[in-house]
Design a protein around this ligand. Structure first.
Ligand code: ZN
Length: 415
């Protein structure tokens, strides 16, 4: 009897130990929620859809009938000035006044178009294109700020062919999908659809590694939470392309590490020509503790699930954005992510590799519920917001991103 009782107890103890182990491993996979001093209401807020149409005014046609477009009205002010009115998806909103539309004319004409922002001020230097794919910045002689720099005036030579005018080069959710699928022609790159946006657009990912995926330490790359931040998106593209190249460094890196890329977090906002928010009317980069927005919820669950399934430690997260100038938002030195002090070595290496450029390091502690803090709180990972200036020369964006990817690979491969 006593023996039996002991056996039963032993069985219970063993079962309990097994249960505890299971709970512990489950515990590590769970999405963590966090309290932040500044709480953000990231529940859905209504957005105002622009009317998709062609405006016909005095022989001029202007339209917004394409993905990424933003034109809320088109009118004539006088014989030489037409007015393109640009409004945000909702308010309050960060003043990143995105615009994109096409104009054409029955006959060859020189016209002035006023970019009119009733609720904001002009931000982006206009880009022109004849096909929506190849772009060049407007010549400075044909552009000026007016109304105390609130609005802007463009002088354009137009004819019957559509001229595209946009805040930044268009890179829609379809473009991102085509780019990602093309990269997946490489044997080490897998294209995945990990879920849907609120308006049912695909949320896409690239899963990059060579050989056995199990236990590979993992780097996560994000882009395009904020629709007009195309210069950051361009950096992300060049960065990822460098990791996928066939050279000794990149090949060895993919043998040792897994890289998960989510290139287009906000496909609805991008295709709707939004200034900042998703179709839930929310700045997605304030939802990384609440997971109320479908896109964030889907992406964080995917990151946690796939890395848990393959026993991958996430050691580094990089989120690509755009702002006024090139800079890196990093952590203060009192925080010690698992690969500390990777950031210092990395920025120094980028500095050394580019003689005419000095990285602008902006360390700050965890403050708002953004992706940077999430990587640390969820995985204790190093995390950097990689910011590119709106008008940073496009060839330099590419060059710097390639350098940054190579220096990251060199450092991590020797870890
Ligand atoms: Zn941003």
């Amino acid at each position: 009897m006593i023996l039996n009782k002991n056996r039963t107890s032993l069985k219970h103890i063993l079962l309990f130990a097994l249960f505890s182990l299971l709970m512990m491993s489950c515990g590590s996979t769970k999405l963590k929620t966090h309290e932040f001093p500044n709480a953000f209401d990231t529940s859905n807020h209504p957005i105002k859809y622009q009317v998709k149409k062609a405006y016909f005014v005095d022989g001029i046609t202007a339209d917004n009938e394409f993905d990424g477009a933003r034109l809320n009205n088109f009118t004539k002010e006088n014989d030489s000035i037409f007015v393109a009115t640009i409004l945000p998806e909702n308010e309050p909103i960060n003043p990143s006044a995105h615009y994109a539309f096409r104009v054409s004319s029955d006959k060859k004409r020189i016209i002035n178009i006023k970019l009119n922002y009733p609720t904001a001020t002009h931000r982006y230097w206009p880009k022109l294109s004849n096909d929506g794919k190849n772009w060049k910045p407007i010549d400075s002689t044909n552009f000026k700020l007016i109304d105390s720099a609130k609005n802007a005036m463009l002088t354009l030579a137009i004819d019957k062919n559509k001229l595209w005018i946009a805040a930044q080069e268009l890179n829609t959710s379809t473009d991102a999908k085509n780019w990602a699928k093309n990269l997946a022609n490489h044997k080490d790159v897998r294209f995945k659809t990990v879920g849907k946006s609120k308006l049912n657009r695909d949320l896409i990912a690239l899963d990059i590694y060579n050989g056995e995926v199990k236990k590979k330490e993992t780097i996560v790359i994000l882009s395009r939470q904020h629709p007009p931040e195309v210069s950051g998106y361009m950096a992300m593209q060049a960065f990822v392309e460098e990791i996928v190249k066939d050279n000794r460094l990149a090949n060895d890196f993919r043998k040792k590490y897994r890289v998960l890329v989510y290139p287009m977090l906000n496909p609805d906002g991008v295709d709707l020509g939004h200034w900042r928010h998703n179709s839930g009317g929310i700045d997605m980069n304030r939802d990384w503790a609440y997971y109320r927005q479908q896109e964030i919820k889907t992406i964080v669950n995917n990151i946690v699930d796939v890395t848990n399934n393959s026993k991958n430690n996430v050691i580094l997260g990089i989120d690509f954005h755009s702002t006024q100038t090139d800079l890196y938002y990093t952590f203060t030195d009192d925080m010690h992510p698992t690969i500390y002090p990777f950031k210092d070595y990395w920025l120094k290496a980028i500095d050394d590799a580019l003689p005419n450029y000095t990285p602008d390091d902006r360390p700050y502690a965890i403050g708002d519920p953004i992706s940077k803090g999430w990587f640390y709180l969820q995985f204790k990972a190093e995390s950097i917001t990689y910011e590119i200036g709106d008008e940073t020369p496009r060839d330099f964006i590419k060059l710097k991103a390639e350098v940054a990817a190579r220096e990251m690979m060199k450092l991590l491969i020797l870890k």
